[in-house]
Design a protein around this ligand. Sequence first.
Ligand SMILES: Cc1cc2nc3c(=O)[nH]c(=O)nc-3n(C[C@H](O)[C@H](O)[C@H](O)COP(=O)(O)OP(=O)(O)OC[C@H]3O[C@@H](n4cnc5c(N)ncnc54)[C@H](O)[C@@H]3O)c2cc1C
Length: 450
Amino acid sequence: MSAQSPDIAVHPLVIIGSGFSSFCLVAHLLETHAVKATDITIIGPHPFGYGAAYSATHGDYRLNVRAQIMRIFSGQPDDFLNWAATELEDNEARNPQGAFYRRSDFARYLSYLSKRIEGFDALNFMDMQVASLAQHKQCWQLNLTNGDSLMADQLVLATGNPPPRWPCEVSASLSTERAVENPWSGKWLENIKTSDKIVFIGGGLTAMDGLYSLANKGHEGKIEIVMPFAVLPPKQTDWKIEPPVKWPDNIASASQFLKFFSNTLGSRNWTAPAWQSRFEALRINLNAVWQGLDDTEKKRLLRYMGHWWQLARFRSAPQNFEAAQAMMNKGQLQLIKGRVSGLKKQEAKLLVQLQDGSTLSADKVVNCTGPAGCPLILKLLKAGIIAPDFSQRSARIASDFKVLDGQKKPYDNLYALGAMTASSLGDVIGAGTIAKQAESLAASLAPLFR
Ligand SMILES: Cc1cc2nc3c(=O)[nH]c(=O)nc-3n(C[C@H](O)[C@H](O)[C@H](O)COP(=O)(O)OP(=O)(O)OC[C@H]3O[C@@H](n4cnc5c(N)ncnc54)[C@H](O)[C@@H]3O)c2cc1C
């Protein structure tokens, strides 16, 4: 570490965020490239690697993919599976479709890796939040929420999935036990009475986690899910990993994309293993095609298929899917097409208002609408330090992970990684894709530290 100014030291490499993306990058830098651990500083909450997805402590929250997909090193596809075979007793994980372990157990595996890979104990880990950034003499000055500052020579943003925020007006007087804004930890399940009437806002994998957990608790009350299209995600099958589909080089519009995509996919039966295998083979090289579309075509494509994509791509663990089906079959669970516009108290109940003017009454309301905007990124966008992507809410990132400045020129020493890169770089949300991205970024960064 060298001194930039009398009071602020320069750290060779700083990663903002301590979730799975950050962990994978560090694992590759240490294990594959033997970068010196003391050159790496991570800023974010403990425990390292857990982030939004794997800090869930609730025992019913499961991985939504089978164990082999949760790989960090492409050359060791069965590493988590092998570890689980000796370390875990979890009969419920096993399904004909594969083993779907608890997310909290995947977190334990990450902790095990951090002991197995040499150097993790020598990293500079700062359990802090970065409040703002500024460029200073070719370096980045990071200002922490506790008032301290530090300088980074190379900086990686890996701020991931910011906690969900209500998608509607919510009256201030609601208790957080009854109106659950962020259900990701699963703690809200401790405060549910068996007879409670529950409304979920949003029907993706967070809602599916909730349904499975409620079924396991023997929940008897009615459950309603309000969602823009009244369809739950399909169940994962034992789809096979097929060779990647080669996309044409000349796809420049949403309609060309859709035509090639649906012709190659053929069937519309997303519950069939053959469909899921083909879909996954299409996804392997999809990000380059997405990056080749201009902003207008990206927006158009999302309008056509964004919602469908979320369901097709975030398929449900079989346990969760079956719990939801059983609830629907007995009339306990109802899907309601619509969007929520407000939430307030009405006597002893909560009143959920929908955009079409109708209302629902509930004992508990759970927000399952997914990640919100990242406060740090929004601040950088507002200050013109980074360029917005087509959504105007996230950073514009080049294919080599460099973040673009306000004039859309790539910074030499500012990179982005993981879930936060999805709207620029494509379908970079799941652990497998993030791990590949981390492998590639580690290979570009490592030579700077020799
Ligand atoms: C609830 C949930 C369940 C999921 N389940 C699965 C699954 O089963 N399988 C799968 O493949 N994928 C799953 N995912 C997808 C997930 O995106 C990836 O697997 C991966 O965990 C994303 O990691 P990340 O590091 O990019 O983001 P995150 O996990 O969100 O980590 C980002 C980290 O950055 C920190 N941070 C943010 N801003 C700052 C700041 N200003 N200063 C310091 N630190 C900051 C955050 O506190 C957090 O620790 C799930 C996602 C969610 C949200």
